[in-house]
Write a new protein. Structure first.
Lengths: 180, 190
């Protein structure tokens, strides 16, 4: 087939009539164009959404930091209370004094438990676990003070003194996970 | 007959500015000016009225929505390219749906209508869809082989081969009163 034939065929194709669409598409085109040009709900609300997300993030950060601060304060208060109790125990007048058998057993057991709690605290657990462990430790020390008080080994001014001064008693439920 | 690019089928700066400001009258003016040539391109390639209408609508919507992206000298060239891309996209979809697009090497199995001589319109419509698009773009719209290859995402030789074989086949069908040779199963996208 020659290039002349090609050219002739091309000319013939160009003579094919122009066609017209069977219906007027303009209304649909305008409607669809407007629909696509309109900002989507997503784009319209995007700035407000971003602002809300930023506020929420800030809130969460503040809340977390507040929570961390509160936990730190609680731990510190339990540590301070433990130190106070340990001070009282150091004031036992006569370490060599004779104690009754069952009291000696109780003291030994309590001291073992304090040692266990100390080892658990040495593992640097999460803040909420630290709080619980310090509460347990304070409770055990408090029991020790009471045992010594009952045996009159403490200085007179400390005897019969209500030593559990923290507002929060040791929550038994929170001790359940620990074999003391 | 489709417009000759030399006929200045285009828009001026004022109309372009009105399009950019989403003026509905400008939309109407552009639609009136371009709907027929664009519909012709779409129908010649798709050979389906419904497909051509869909292509036409999508072409204008895309053109109006993306008018800010128009940078070229020729609005007609730009909007026609949207139409062609739409058509080729639909042809690819049809192909993916496993509707047979017969390779020009394997145009067997077709018989003509009672052996009557067919006109160019009918002969053209008988070409396989991709081949038809190549022929129309090259012979009528004035695309180069490179532009066709780019539009199809294929090689230069694809365009040349398709065109050469299509011309041969068209000539055969048009010259002979009886169709003694194989021709493609026509694809009608619907």
């Amino acid at each position: 087939m020659s290039s002349n034939d090609h050219s002739q065929l091309s000319k013939q194709l160009k003579t094919l009539p122009e066609l017209a669409p069977g219906r007027d598409l303009l209304p649909d085109i305008i409607a669809e164009t407007e629909r696509r040009r309109a900002p989507s709900p997503f784009r319209r609300w995007l700035p407000m959404g971003l602002a809300a997300a930023a506020l929420l993030s800030l809130g969460v950060i503040l809340m977390l930091s507040t929570t961390v601060d509160q936990q730190r304060q609680e731990i510190d208060s339990w540590i301070a209370y433990s130190q106070e109790l340990e001070t009282q125990l150091r004031q036992v007048e006569k370490p060599s004094a004779i104690v009754r058998g069952h009291q000696a057993l109780a003291i030994g057991e309590l001291e073992d438990r304090v040692a266990w709690v100390d080892s658990a605290l040495a593992a640097r657990p999460a803040p909420e676990q630290q709080i619980m462990l310090w509460q347990v430790r304070a409770g055990l020390l408090n029991d020790l003070v009471n045992v010594h008080a009952a045996n009159e080994l403490l200085p007179r001014e400390l005897k019969r003194r209500p030593v559990m001064t923290m507002n929060q008693p040791v929550p038994r439920a929170r001790l359940a996970g620990y074999e003391l | 007959m489709p417009p000759d690019p030399d006929q200045k089928l285009d828009i001026d700066e004022k109309l372009l500015a009105r399009l950019k400001s989403a003026d509905h009258e400008a939309y109407a003016e552009v639609y009136r000016r371009f709907n027929r040539p664009l519909y012709t391109v779409a129908f010649r390639i798709c050979q389906s009225e419904q497909e051509a209408l869909d292509v036409l609508q999508e072409t204008f919507v895309q053109a109006f929505v993306r008018i800010e992206q128009f940078r070229g000298d020729s609005f007609w060239g730009w909007i026609r390219r949207i139409t062609v891309n739409q058509c080729l996209s639909r042809l690819r979809q049809i192909k993916r749906k496993s509707l047979t697009l017969v390779d020009p090497d394997d145009w067997a199995g077709h018989t003509s209508d009672g052996g009557a001589q067919i006109d160019l319109n009918e002969a053209f419509a008988r070409l396989p869809a991709e081949t038809r698009a190549v022929v129309w773009l090259y012979d009528v719209e004035g695309y180069s082989h490179q532009e066709i290859a780019d539009a199809f995402g294929k090689s230069l030789s694809f365009s040349k081969t398709q065109l050469s074989r299509a011309h041969q086949k068209l000539r055969d069908w048009l010259d002979k009163p009886e169709d003694d040779g194989p021709c493609p199963q026509m694809i009608t996208a619907s």
